[in-house]
Write a protein of this length. Structure first.
Length: 212
């Protein structure tokens, strides 16, 4: 087959290359989420993300804006995915490692919080509201109790995942199987999630019991 004079065919895209705004955007968000979780948000360049996503570098600012806007878009994307995972698997653990959606969300959220770039809630569907819905349905909590407990559970989940290495060292827990500790964190979250708010009175310390 001949080509028209003065025109040369452009390079063919490799099979599986994202095509169109929606595919490119999704590929970039997923690639950035993984790289941010593995290397840290500030250690990843747009060129790294483009290579991982299999897209041309110039398409990232075209479809997702500046680098800061991309980071926020990744956080929002992961927030939606974690919230959906909570709804799909209520009262279940959501993973710890960088290859899980929860692991990626925590690492991006932590980086944004530490740098002061995290934003206020932008959607009524997020991991906290999803958790509140599962607590209300699963344990029959009233609406306020469910929101308070969901916020506390997500706070604990974020804190443990961000500081796990430090907490193991500080608590001298290196000899305790890590999976046992992670499983117990999930059990503790379920116990908290079943507790109405405000909490019952504090237990009496042992020294007060002896003196009475």
């Amino acid at each position: 087959m001949s080509t028209r004079p003065g025109r040369t065919p452009g390079p063919r895209r490799p099979a599986g290359t994202p095509v169109g705004p929606d595919e490119v955007r999704r590929a970039v968000l997923e690639a950035a989420a993984l790289l941010f979780a593995e290397r840290g948000v500030d250690a990843v360049s747009l060129r790294d993300i483009a290579a991982q996503a299999g897209v041309h570098l110039a398409l990232i600012p075209r479809y997702l804006g500046s680098r800061d806007e991309l980071v926020i878009a990744v956080f929002d994307h992961l927030s939606d995915r974690v919230a959906q995972a909570v709804m799909d698997n209520p009262l279940s653990g959501q993973g710890f490692t960088p290859d899980t959606v929860m692991g990626q969300w925590v690492r991006v959220a932590g980086a944004l919080a530490i740098s002061g770039r995290i934003r206020e809630k932008r959607s009524d569907f997020n991991p906290v509201t999803a958790m509140a819905a599962t607590l209300a349905e699963g344990y029959g909590l009233d609406e306020l109790s469910a929101r308070v407990r969901a916020t506390q559970i997500v706070a604990a989940a974020l804190g443990w995942r961000i500081f796990e290495d430090y907490l193991l060292e500080a608590g001298d827990l290196q000899d305790v199987p890590l999976q046992d500790l992670r499983d117990d964190l999930a059990h503790s979250a379920r116990r908290l999630g079943a507790t109405p708010w405000p909490s019952p009175p504090n237990p009496t310390p042992r020294h007060d019991q002896r003196s009475s």
